[in-house]
Design a protein around this ligand. Sequence first.
Ligand code: ZN
Length: 435
Amino acid sequence: MRRAYRGELLHFLRDPRKPGAGPAFEHVPDGLLLVEDGKILAAGPAKTLTRGLSKSVPVRRFGDALLIPGFVDCHVHFPQIDMIASYGEQLLDWLTRHAYPAEARFSDEAHARKASAFFLDELLRNGTTTALVFATSHPHSADALFAAAHRRRMRLVCGKVLMDRNAPKALLDTARSAYRDSQALMRRWHGKGRLSYAVTPRFAPTSSDCQLKVAQRLLEEAPDAYLHTHLSENVREVEWVRALFPGRDYFGVYESYGFARRKAVFAHCVQLSASEWGRLGASGSSAAFCPSSNLFLGSGLFDLELSARHGARVGIGTDIGAGTSLSLLRNLDEAYKVSQLRGRALPPLVAFYLATLGGAEALDLDGSIGSFLPGRDADFIALDWKSTPLLRYRARTARTLEDRLFLLMMLGDDRSVRATVVAGDVAHEAPSHGA
Ligand SMILES: [Zn+2]
């Protein structure tokens, strides 16, 4: 089934911060995306591409909306949608007071199913088409999310949390059950449709040595599965890890279990030393920069400059429920402010690269998503430049593409997402633009 989408096109071909042959991005003011069987067939100027187009191919016109690849959320907890915006505390107390009680409610399968559907619909409403997601320690929570994502034909990576110590009893598994349950989930979902499995120890303090060895074994048995965990978020957390695992730094703990690898995504990395960044970058691992979460929990300021210097692949994570918005646009706003506090501005082209192709690279999925190259999955969004009175008013004086993108990342939100297309089909459409 062939179809076409017309609008202003923007997609990245490489990291705009790095020197390289050819342009870092393609921008076509009046463009056409030609899609067949859920994949991009061609992207380019509408004038050229419509010439050879059969009259039977339906063309959906998005007017002056910006068509860009769907946003990639590199770190988020779907069960924590239940307690987003819970007042007070920093990481360790916040987990105890807010996150763990919310996750305990996922012992109820019906609740897990309901939350999965709501969470995925919210992702689509915010223009996110791919996400790397924490479930809870209950295996059925991962089943619920995978099933809901499969129904929506979304590209999604998820895993059941491994956690066998230093947390409430109701949420603890064991090394043995972690192995058995993760293996069963992997058999059911890894590679099914557009789904992948992530071995998901919560973080070093809540897994015993024995359980971390189990995670290592699972990854050795399934080398194309992901490793997803937290790393170096909060000063007290880092001290706790040092006490629990003497003689190693935080990343060194993960290295000793074979977690330093491609397809390993470490959320936060806010307190990492230069040595740890060097090893993380060299190992091919990725970091998820979660700006709204890091500010909300007072954890610290991610160093985008240092991560780039060490060649680490970085994507943006919303980290709901410590993050305060599922919108990647809202998180780019926060990323800009974090960078300013680090003494540097975040150029809008770099920000939009991080939210799309950069995220795809961080998840090792840039061969499938993140750009409009032929053969990539047709996951994209139509962004409205003027979705609010303020954006409309301010847009009058924005001259360049960079000016306009900057307005979108500073003032835009879920209202800016006019439509979300998943595997070639419109999966969400803002009510005012719907049929
Ligand atoms: Zn997290």
